[in-house]
Write a protein that binds this ligand. Structure first.
Ligand code: PEP
Length: 241
């Protein structure tokens, strides 16, 4: 992956019914996306097909929030990487802490990364420490272990195609911001191990995005709550300039 773009990715999580999704997408299309920004939207699976139609001809790229580790077949409820590719998607979030919290292991994350890469999708792999680990000064150690087990366990050719997202668990959806200097330190640590783009995620809003985007080793942001409002998302895009 190239490290010369600024990635602004929105994770809608399990939000927005059809009409709400259409309204948000229309609002987003009215905004301007500068050429150096890669604006990525990750709606729920059910909203992807409609979003692909509404975004046709726009600079936005689409991503999913998860992908099956299996290729196809008898896996009830799962969505394969080839199905996502078939819809024209470019990205997929893998190993979000909300899924890791429900039992997804580093090994499964690495299987999902491989499944995504097989179809040419770019995995955005989430890494992050708990509040207890943060308080004990274990942030670097925790993300390094997750990186080792979920990405560096793949071949170097595979590993260099991912994007990493540092998302401290205690900062997600809490309004508690990770100090930008800490996010920078973690991003630099990750880049020292794997030279790929590193995003920061955790309570990023229009009024604080610039603090992260100006950090030397942070190449973008992964945004949850603030990606559900067109104006707020576009303000974050502007902060990348
Ligand atoms: C996320 O879900 O990846 C996230 C960063 O959420 P929020 O921006 O709401 O903290």
């Amino acid at each position: 992956m190239t490290v010369n773009k600024v990635y602004i990715a929105g994770n809608w999580k399990m939000n927005l019914h059809r009409e709400e999704s259409v309204e948000l997408l229309k609002g987003l299309r009215e905004g301007k996306i500068p050429s150096q920004v890669e604006a990525i939207l990750c709606p729920p699976f059910l909203r992807l097909e409609g979003a692909a139609e509404l975004l046709e001809g726009s600079p936005y790229k689409l991503g999913a929030q998860d992908v099956s580790k299996y290729e196809n077949g008898a896996h009830t409820g799962e969505i394969s990487a080839s199905m996502l590719k078939d819809l024209g998607l470019s990205y997929v979030i893998v190993g979000h802490s909300e899924l890791r919290g429900e039992g997804q292991t580093d090994e499964e994350v690495s299987q999902k990364v491989r499944a995504a890469l097989r179809e040419g999708l770019v995995p955005i792999v989430c890494l992050g420490e708990s509040e207890e680990e943060y308080d004990r000064g274990l942030s670097l150690e925790t993300v390094a272990r997750q990186l080792e087990e979920s990405v560096l366990s793949l071949s170097p050719e595979e590993a260099e195609k991912v994007i990493l997202a540092y998302e401290p668990l205690w900062a997600i959806g809490t309004g508690k911001n990770c100090p930008p200097e800490v996010a920078q330190e973690v991003a630099a640590h990750l880049k020292g191990k794997l030279k790929v783009p590193v995003l920061y995620g955790g309570s990023v809003k229009g009024n604080n995005a610039g603090e992260y985007l100006s950090c030397q080793d942070i190449d973008g942001v992964l945004v949850g709550g603030a990606s559900l409002k067109a104006e707020e998302f576009l303000t974050i895009v502007e902060a990348a300039l």
